[in-house]
Design a binder for this molecule. Structure first.
Ligand SMILES: NC(=O)c1ccc[n+]([C@@H]2O[C@H](COP(=O)([O-])OP(=O)(O)OC[C@H]3O[C@@H](n4cnc5c(N)ncnc54)[C@H](O)[C@@H]3O)[C@@H](O)[C@H]2O)c1
Length: 474
C-alpha cells in the first residue's frame, strides 16, 4: 500500500482569505515520500510536561488558552496574534491560571509571519492553530516542519492540495496533526459512540450529520470571525463547514479505520439568498457587505457513499433563520439514535437489553420495544445510565467546571495533553481530520458540476484497512 499512487484528481475550487477565487489542480501524483511513515495509530515519544504555543487569540482562541494553561503538566511558552492587545490579554489570562508554571510565556504579535519566529525561537512540543481557515494548512505545515505536534481548528484544510501537503509533512516529520473536532466529545456523541461499539444499533447503515447554525449576526463583527468568514459564504459554493456533524458519525462508523472509508460524494446547494438580504437590512447601501456577490447557497446538502456502500447525509447552513441542529443521526439494523432533540428507537425483545432500558422502551404488551416511537426526554435516563461513555463519566465534573460548548472543548483539550503524556495515539488521527475536511472542496467541485459524484482521495493510501477503531477511552 505504501506504493499506492495518488489518484488523478479533479480540479478543485478554492477561495482563500479576502475572497479570491482560484482554480487549482490537486492532481499531483506521488508515492509516500521515502523515510515517511503512515501516521494512523501513531504514538509519539512521551513528553512529561507539554510546552505549548498558541497562534490565534480571537473568539475561539480564548477557550483554548484558558484550558491549556489550566490543565496540569503543561507550560504555555508562546502566544501569538496579529493584534498585540489580544495576545497580551491571553498572557494575562494564562498567568492568572498559573503564574509560576507559565512564568516564561512570550508574546509575539503585530506581523502575519511572526508566528514563524515564535516556532524557531521557542521550539514548542505542541502548537495550537486557531486562526482563519485559509491559514490552517500553512501554519500546521510550518509547525510540524519546526518540530512540533500540531492541533488545528476546524476545518483542517480548505483544498485537496493542502490536504495532501499536510499528510506528506506529517508522515515525513512524524509529528501529529490533529484537527480539533470538539463535537466528538459531546455527551450524546460519546453516548452513541459507546452504543455503536457495543452493537446496540446493530450493523450501521446510514447516518445524518449537519451544522445548522444561524450565524448571520457575525457579519456585524468588527475584526473577528465574521470579518473573514463572510468572504467564504460569498465566494465558495458547497458544504464548507462539515466536520462538527460528520466527525462523530464518521467515528461511529469507523471510517478511516478497519471497517470502511470515504468513497464518493454528491452535493447540491440552494440558491444564495440570506446573506444578501441580511446585508441589505442591516448595513448601509455602500457597506462592503452590500458590494459582495454572494455565490454560496444558503443550505448545502451532500450525500456521501462509503467504500462499503453505506450512506451519510451532511448538511450545512449558517444563514437561514431556524433552530440549531447537528442532526447526529445513526441508523443500524437494530435501531436508530438521533439528536436535536436526543432520542433512540430500538428493536429488541424482553431480556435482550438492560432491564431499565427495556422498560423505558417497551410497547403495550411489554414483550417488545416500541420502535415506532422515539424514546426521549425523561425516559432517556435509563439509556444514559446504561450507556454513558466512560470518558464522559470520568471527566463530567471537570468538563462542567471548565466549560467550552458545555464541556466538550475541555474534554478534547484534556485528552490531547493526556495522550501526549501517556504515550497514546491521539483520539482523532491525521487522516480523519483530513477526510472529514475535504468534504468542503469536494462538495464545491460536485456543486460546480451540477451534483456530479466525486471520488474521495484515499489519504491513508490503503492503510485504513489495518488501522484499529478508536477504542473506548476509559
Ligand atoms: N470548534 C468550534 O466549536 C469552533 C468555534 C468557533 C470557531 N472555530 C474555529 O476557530 C478558528 C478561529 O475562529 P475565531 O472565531 O476565533 O476567529 P477570530 O477572527 O475571532 O480569531 C482569529 C484570530 O487569528 C488571528 N490571526 C489572523 N492571522 C494571523 C496571523 N497571521 N498570525 C497570528 N494570528 C493571526 C486574528 O488576529 C484573530 O485574533 C476558525 O477556524 C473557526 O472555524 C471553531
Amino acid at each position: 500500500m505504501e506504493k499506492n499512487n495518488r489518484r488523478n484528481f479533479l480540479k478543485t475550487m478554492t477561495a482563500a482569505g479576502a475572497g479570491i477565487t482560484a482554480i487549482s489542480s490537486a492532481s499531483a501524483i506521488s508515492e509516500r515520500v521515502k523515510g515517511s511513515k503512515y501516521m494512523g495509530g501513531y504514538i509519539a515519544p512521551k513528553v512529561d510536561k507539554v510546552r505549548i504555543a498558541i497562534i490565534g487569540c480571537g473568539v475561539r482562541g480564548r477557550i483554548h488558552y484558558h484550558h491549556l494553561s489550566a490543565i496540569a503538566n503543561t507550560e504555555v511558552v508562546g502566544i501569538c496574534d496579529l493584534h498585540q492587545d489580544r495576545a497580551e490579554m491571553a498572557k494575562v489570562k494564562v498567568l492568572k491560571n498559573d503564574a509560576k508554571r507559565h512564568a516564561n510565556v512570550k508574546v509575539y504579535a503585530g506581523d502575519k509571519n511572526i508566528y514563524k519566529k515564535m516556532l524557531t525561537e521557542l521550539k514548542p512540543d505542541l502548537v495550537y492553530v486557531v486562526t482563519p481557515w485559509s491559514l490552517h494548512a500553512p501554519m500546521a505545515i510550518d509547525a510540524m516542519e519546526a518540530g512540533a505536534h500540531v492541533c488545528v481548528e476546524v476545518p483542517l484544510c480548505i483544498t485537496v492540495e493542502e490536504a495532501w501537503k499536510i499528510v506528506d509533512v506529517s508522515e515525513k516529520t512524524q509529528k501529529h496533526c490533529m484537527m480539533l473536532e470538539n463535537v466528538n466529545y459531546g455527551r450524546d456523541e460519546l453516548l452513541f459512540l459507546n452504543m455503536c461499539r457495543e452493537g446496540v444499533f446493530g450493523e450501521l447503515l446510514h447516518a445524518e450529520a449537519s451544522y445548522i447554525h444561524d450565524l448571520r449576526h457575525q457579519m456585524k463583527d468588527g475584526n473577528t470571525t465574521g470579518s473573514w468568514r463572510t468572504y467564504h459564504y460569498a465566494n465558495r459554493n458547497g458544504n464548507l463547514y462539515p466536520t462538527h456533524g460528520l466527525g462523530p458519525v464518521a467515528q461511529y462508523m469507523n471510517l478511516c479505520r478497519t471497517d470502511d472509508n470515504f468513497g464518493r460524494i454528491t452535493s447540491f446547494s440552494t440558491p444564495p439568498r440570506g446573506r444578501a438580504l441580511y446585508a441589505k437590512e442591516h448595513f448601509a447601501e455602500d457597506h462592503k457587505w452590500n458590494k459582495l456577490d454572494y455565490k454560496g447557497g444558503d443550505l448545502s446538502t451532500s450525500i456521501i457513499k462509503t467504500t462499503m456502500g453505506k450512506t451519510i447525509m451532511v448538511q450545512w447552513d449558517e444563514t437561514s433563520p431556524r433552530p440549531y441542529s447537528r442532526h447526529n443521526m445513526i441508523q443500524g439494523t437494530k435501531g436508530a439514535g438521533a439528536g436535536f432533540p436526543t432520542r433512540v428507537a430500538l428493536d429488541y425483545t424482553k431480556g435482550e437489553l438492560p432491564d431499565a432500558v427495556f422498560t423505558a422502551m417497551a410497547n403495550k404488551d411489554g414483550e417488545h420495544t416500541d420502535y415506532h416511537s422515539w424514546t426521549e426526554g425523561e425516559k432517556l435516563k435509563a439509556v444514559y445510565q446504561a450507556y454513558d461513555h466512560p470518558l464522559y463519566t470520568r471527566m463530567k465534573a471537570d468538563a462542567e467546571k471548565m466549560g467550552g460548548h458545555g464541556g466538550m472543548d475541555f474534554i478534547m483539550n484534556f485528552r490531547v495533553i493526556e495522550a501526549l503524556r501517556l504515550g497514546q495515539p491521539l483520539d482523532q488521527n491525521l487522516y480523519e481530520g483530513i477526510q472529514w475536511s475535504v468534504v468542503g472542496p469536494l462538495s464545491e467541485a460536485s456543486v460546480a458540476d451540477n451534483g456530479a459524484s466525486v471520488e474521495f482521495p484515499d489519504f491513508t493510501r490503503g492503510n485504513w484497512k489495518t488501522t484499529p477503531p478508536l477504542p473506548i477511552i476509559k
